[in-house]
Ligand binder design. Structure first.
Ligand SMILES: Cc1cc2nc3c(=O)[nH]c(=O)nc-3n(C[C@H](O)[C@H](O)[C@H](O)COP(=O)(O)OP(=O)(O)OC[C@H]3O[C@@H](n4cnc5c(N)ncnc54)[C@H](O)[C@@H]3O)c2cc1C
Length: 423
């Protein structure tokens, strides 16, 4: 069995960020990755995807964007190169093509079985991301088997789908962007809209994320939230990485996408939708207006510094009720894309760290199992914990905690040794 102080599972931005923090302190560690560095950005993104966060928002421990277009938005392959260069900058000890199959308590540490070798580690940091298991509602099984179904993580582009119309279920960042791309490729598209987060790409002369960063909104912590569970399940922002191409529901509707309420039943070719579209749109508008008021208050407090535009939210989209039902055959729809989010899943974790929903229970990434940590989850501690730009704060905290544990253990072992010698 190989020995290592700290083993990190996953070489996405979270695993690399914590590796950099450990490397800086000279801590003994490895990062094991089942694919290659930034595997999710290689294998689970559609071809035209651009990040919704601007390039300057890619700050990692000891690394930041230094290219010519800080206000632009990277395509997925550019982010892969960015993360590869980051790993190279500190010779991150990444073992690629190594899948973790089991983690369990072992002595005063953890045993990690991979498909390549077995490790004994004092600490294990789980950085396997937020996309472990795509969530598809059970009603999907009621849809006629002749209809092609896939999840957003498996969508690559319009060329991959059978001819004909598409129903996209879910209107957060992924659903809205995919619906838009399919519509622009000339297909009839219906989007089933659930809870979503509406925002303008630019507000008062700046990228709205610039204001959210400056006003401290992205740095709000989970301890400041009244309802942690609801904060952690907040939908992703209905934005796209193209300044001139909004994907809000009003823009989609103007391009000919049919808006429907939440999908509530499926029976063969016949689908039913809730009549909740106006309420859902109204709720998203309300949340957006509150957020923009916070930005306005910040600007007023700063005396208008950096601001070049009038206050006031964009008007709400027209709130038609949408269809109550849809006959897929009659509407010419041959594909359903589920952009309905993800759930945590750790089938390889055999340690009492999961809550009854199968999620890792933690505070700031520290679990109840000594030596077991988690990073990169949504709102792990800060609102931007799962963003490229946000993970650095949690990575520093978790690395410091893990290293304190290693040092304390080493001191205790040395004391035990010296008692043994003097006995
Ligand atoms: C469509 C989409 C668009 C997004 N756009 C943005 C954006 O614009 N800006 C932004 O900041 N964030 C964005 N995000 C959110 C977030 O940045 C990404 O989800 C990001 O990939 C999370 O990084 P991570 O390191 O936490 O996890 P991941 O990138 O998911 O990395 C986890 C790694 O763990 C590996 N792994 C999993 N299981 C095992 C195992 N058993 N053994 C070994 N390795 C394992 C995986 O192969 C993977 O490489 C987006 C997310 C999605 C889904």
């Amino acid at each position: 069995m190989h020995k290592v102080e700290t083993l990190v599972v996953g070489a996405g931005q979270a695993g690399l960020a914590v590796s950099r923090c450990l490397a800086r302190q000279g801590a003994d560690h490895v990062v094991v990755e089942r694919g290659r560095i930034a595997e999710r950005w290689r294998a689970a993104r559609w071809e035209s995807l651009r990040l919704i966060t601007p390039n300057w928002m890619a700050r990692l421990p000891g690394w930041c964007y230094s290219g010519a277009d800080p206000d632009g938005y990277m395509a997925a392959p550019e982010l892969v190169r960015y993360l590869e260069d980051y790993a190279g900058s500190f010779a991150a000890p990444v073992h690629e093509n190594t899948t973790v199959e089991l983690v369990e308590a072992h002595g005063d540490g953890l045993r990690v079985v991979t498909d390549q070798q077995t490790w004994h580690a004092c600490n294990v940091i789980v950085a396997t991301g937020t996309e472990n298991r795509a969530h598809v509602p059970p009603l999907a099984s009621g849809i006629d088997p002749g209809i092609h179904q896939l999840t957003a993580g498996r969508y690559r582009g319009p060329h991959q789908l059978p001819d004909g119309g598409v129903l996209v279920v879910g209107a957060s960042a992924s659903g809205a962007q995919i619906a838009d791309e399919l519509r622009r490729s000339g297909r009839p598209v219906t989007i089933s809209v659930g809870r979503h987060s509406r925002l303008p790409r630019r507000y008062r002369g700046r990228d709205v994320l610039w204001w959210m960063d400056r006003a401290g909104i992205l740095g709000h912590t989970i301890d400041q939230m009244r309802d942690a569970r609801s904060a952690r399940s907040a939908p992703s922002l209905q934005l796209t990485g193209r300044m001139d191409h909004p994907v809000g529901l009003d823009a989609l509707a103007a391009r000919g996408v049919t808006l429907a309420g939440r999908l509530v039943a499926a029976n063969g070719q016949r689908l039913s939708f809730a009549g909740d579209l106006p309420a859902t749109i109204g709720a998203a508008q309300g949340r957006m207006e509150r957020l923009l008021r916070t930005i306005d208050a910040y600007i007023a407090h700063r005396g208008g510094d950096g601001c070049a535009g009038p206050a006031g939210p964009p008007p709400p989209p027209a709130t038609a009720r949408g269809p109550a039902s849809l006959d897929l055959r009659r509407a010419g729809i041959r594909t359903v894309i589920w952009a309905t989010g993800y759930r945590q899943a750790y089938p390889w974790l055999r340690a009492p760290a999961l809550n009854r929903r199968g999620e890792i229970a933690h505070h700031r990434g520290v679990t109840g199992v000594p030596g077991l940590y988690v990073l990169g989850l949504r709102f792990l501690y800060r609102r931007n914990s799962s963003f490229v730009d946000g993970v650095r704060h949690d990575a520093r905290f978790v690395a410091a905690h893990a290293m304190r544990r290693t040092t304390t253990r080493a001191r205790a072992a040395a004391r035990a040794d010296s008692r043994g010698l003097s006995a």
